[in-house]
Design a protein around this ligand. Structure first.
Ligand SMILES: NC(=O)c1ccc[n+]([C@@H]2O[C@H](COP(=O)([O-])OP(=O)(O)OC[C@H]3O[C@@H](n4cnc5c(N)ncnc54)[C@H](OP(=O)(O)O)[C@@H]3O)[C@@H](O)[C@H]2O)c1
Length: 348
């Protein structure tokens, strides 16, 4: 039998050479080079994973540029690292068998071997057999975990609360809003443009604000006349500033992400409203909650399987679609969770 081809995306040039992209980010199309690596062989205690989906995430940018203490930069010529879902196709590992669905942050190539952990040092994650493989990168992956931890650990939604979610058409926001609704709250999403607003409404949000349609602070005020009790923020920048003007007394702001800041500093001017409204603002990194990932997955799996939460997946097709999908996320180019299917599921 011929050895399988092991295509991969690798880093083409140093991050600090060349122009930034339109969003001011180092991750540009000319940083991606297509290559091939030797197909890896699993050694004792290792498993071999066939990649099926790659997940473009803001972490791709952090990895290419490097972030002290969190992400070591990837050397030129090395494989790009990123989230992926795949199938175990050979295993010498006692906990993994052929056919298991698996996710982790690994090399963006067709085949990876692992001893059971990924490039973040985290254990590989199992995709439950009763959900689609892609959901391992969606509701049952990083994005679902972020929504769940941000709400259960920090936001603590209470029945009757008014909850505001930015980036509501995105991977995390689309799930966070639905979880908040399950807690008996009234949920308002923020998205940009008609199509994204329709997506958010279709997921059951009580209301959607089109941020491309005029004065955002005034629109929030119209939808939440008694103020926002909980703001789940994925974007930062002007959206956070507009939310700060509309807080109810004792409001909580959960900082999940700050997409508007990734290209450089963006001023926040209304933070004094935290004092005026006796409000609090706190952030989290979901790897700090690794001990509760299994609990999060089980809860989210239940909601996904019984239809309480709907998943919005935006799947691009083909290995060659990877750079564009990775870059598009910084321009708000996705509708829900962006994935790239690079190969057929060998057990699908
Ligand atoms: N805390 C953690 O542990 C953790 C882990 C992973 C990710 N994150 C962060 O969480 C945030 C959301 O992640 P995600 O996976 O849901 O991302 P996503 O799918 O790309 O969604 C983010 C949404 O933000 C909106 N947006 C508003 N202003 C934008 C701008 N200037 N540029 C690009 N998008 C903009 C876009 O929707 P509209 O176009 O409709 O506005 C976009 O769909 C990101 O900042 C990410 O880095 C946090």
């Amino acid at each position: 039998m011929n050895a399988p081809v092991n295509r991969r995306w690798q880093v083409a040039r140093p991050a600090d050479e060349g122009a930034a992209n339109a969003a001011g980010l180092a991750l540009t199309a000319d940083m991606f080079a297509k290559g091939e690596a030797e197909p890896p062989e699993p050694g004792p205690g290792e498993l071999l994973i066939r990649s099926v989906y790659f997940s473009p995430d803001p972490m791709n940018h952090a990895w290419v540029r490097g972030m002290p203490g969190k992400f070591d930069p990837i050397a030129v010529g090395d494989a790009m690292k990123g989230g992926l879902a795949g199938r175990v196709v050979a295993s010498n590992h006692p906990d993994w068998k052929v056919g298991d669905g698996v996710t982790g942050f690994l090399d963006w190539q067709d085949y990876n071997v692992s001893g059971g952990t990924d490039h973040m040092g985290a254990p590989l994650q199992r995709v439950p057999a009763d959900v689609a493989l892609a959901s391992g990168l969606g509701v049952l992956g990083m994005t679902g975990f972020c929504a769940w931890f941000g709400l259960t650990e920090l936001g603590k939604p209470k029945p009757g609360d008014t909850v505001l979610v930015s980036g509501a058409s995105g991977a995390i926001g689309s799930i966070a809003g639905q979880i908040a609704r399950l807690a008996g709250t009234r949920v308002i999403g923020i998205a940009r443009g008609e199509a994204k607003c329709a997506l958010v409404k279709g997921l059951g949000f009580d209301a959607v604000i089109d941020a491309s349609g005029g004065d955002l602070a005034a629109q929030i005020g119209d939808h939440a006349p008694r103020g926002v009790n909980l703001y789940f923020d994925n974007v930062g920048g002007p959206m956070l500033d507009a939310a700060l003007l509309n807080l109810a007394h004792g409001a909580r702001i959960v900082i999940c992400g700050a997409t508007a800041h990734y290209g450089g500093p963006t001023a926040i001017t209304n933070h004094l409203m935290l004092a005026m409204r006796g409000a609090s603002m706190a952030g989290f990194f979901y790897f700090d909650h690794i001990a509760r990932w299994a609990e999060a997955r089980e809860r989210l799996r239940g909601w996904l399987v019984d239809g309480s939460i709907r998943e919005a997946l935006d799947i691009a097709e083909g290995f060659d679609a990877v750079p564009q999908a990775a870059l598009g996320q910084f321009a708000g180019g996705n509708m829900g969770r962006k994935l790239v299917r690079i190969a057929d599921d060998p057990f699908g």
